[in-house]
Design a binder for this molecule. Sequence first.
Ligand SMILES: Nc1nc2c(c(=O)[nH]1)N[C@H]1C(S)=C(S)[C@@H](COP(=O)(O)O)O[C@H]1N2
Ligand SMILES: [Mo]
Length: 406
Amino acid sequence: MERRKFIKQAALSSFATLIGTEIVFGSKLLDGYEPLAMQNPDPFTLFSKDKGMVVLNDKPWNIEATAHLLDDKVTPNSSMFIRNNGKVPEELDASTWTLTIDGESVSTKKTYTLADLKSKFQQHTYQLAIECGGNGRKEFDPPAKGNQWGVGAIHCASWTGVRLRDVLKDAGIKDDAVYIGFHAVDVHLSGDPEKEPISRGCPMSKALQDETILAFKMNGKNIPKIHGYPLRLVAGGWPASVSGKWINRISIRNKVHDGTKMNGKAYRVPCKPIAPGDKVKDEDMCIIESMPVKSLITYPKSGAMLKKGKTLKIRGHAWAGELEVAKMEYSIDFGSTWNACTLEKPVNRLAWQHFTSEIELPKTGYYEVWARATDSNGVAQPMILPGWNPKGYLNNACHRIALKVT
Ligand SMILES: Nc1nc2c(c(=O)[nH]1)N[C@H]1C(S)=C(S)[C@@H](COP(=O)(O)O)O[C@H]1N2
Ligand SMILES: [Mo]
């Protein structure tokens, strides 16, 4: 009786890739068994991440950057946060990958291979800021459940792909279309193949923007497996949960998409402000759309020491969801007075913007540098924690670093 199944070749080769070397007797490994190296992996090696990244959870993997690791203008893979709602798919074969466009509001349901997407449609490259809706959650009080993100669930890499708009139009969009929803191949934590870990989307107006793309490259190379290889939706400026990884289907919906994590309290905030800890009915929760204005001082690292008489040079990035950052300021007196930083224009819409400043510090002692961005509607980051909400989303309070002049 042949009841023991041997592990599939494809799973084996993906284990080997992750471990970084051949598993010598791999073909003898029984199905259901994982190499120990996979059960107890070093995530930094596994995902090619900087050792300074912070692991918040390993089931599923959730890893964040620190402010100073985000100093690059274009975020390299090594500093990109990882957020997973389910199990990372094991077998991802670009040569057989397809994307299906379906839903109530598609004219003709169509399936494209990756090669079709690459050859039929014009390719575009954009640098896009993607921030997890829960970035900054750990500051909320009373605490909000979920990954306790500090400041590092933001990245701004360069993505190459085709416009979602071009593909949707090729399949045909019916007049009653209101929303799109993505479907992906990652597996629900329960292992139940009927359940999806996440299936979110956005209104047609966002789906049809120039910069909303189906990406197959990140920073000029194949997208790293953990960030959505071989095909990812990228919708900059909106909660990163809209940017589906490992996608194989997009539905054009005639109603607001009702996939997993579109309902209840997920990625929603109270439509009207509430007191900290208050209960809110699901029907009084609104879907998060554009992310609020925010900024990060990426140099120097908090805790820096400076010799008296030396000029302090700071730098960082600012972003404002769908809007542009219009003004960037710093304060060294806990927000009593503010001074302008030099602020660059974004390389394209929805990319973060870089700022620098040179600061003279009057005497020896302890200082904090606070940074505050203002968006093109004149809305600035709050100095203190903004509106409490049950799931701890949208904390865009000013970032600050500590330093000593000696
Ligand atoms: N298929 C799939 N797509 C997904 C997720 C996921 O769990 N599965 N997580 C979403 C969330 S909540 C975030 S914040 C971003 C994280 O993207 P990253 O891991 O590439 O940084 O991916 C989004 N897309
Ligand atoms: Mo997220």
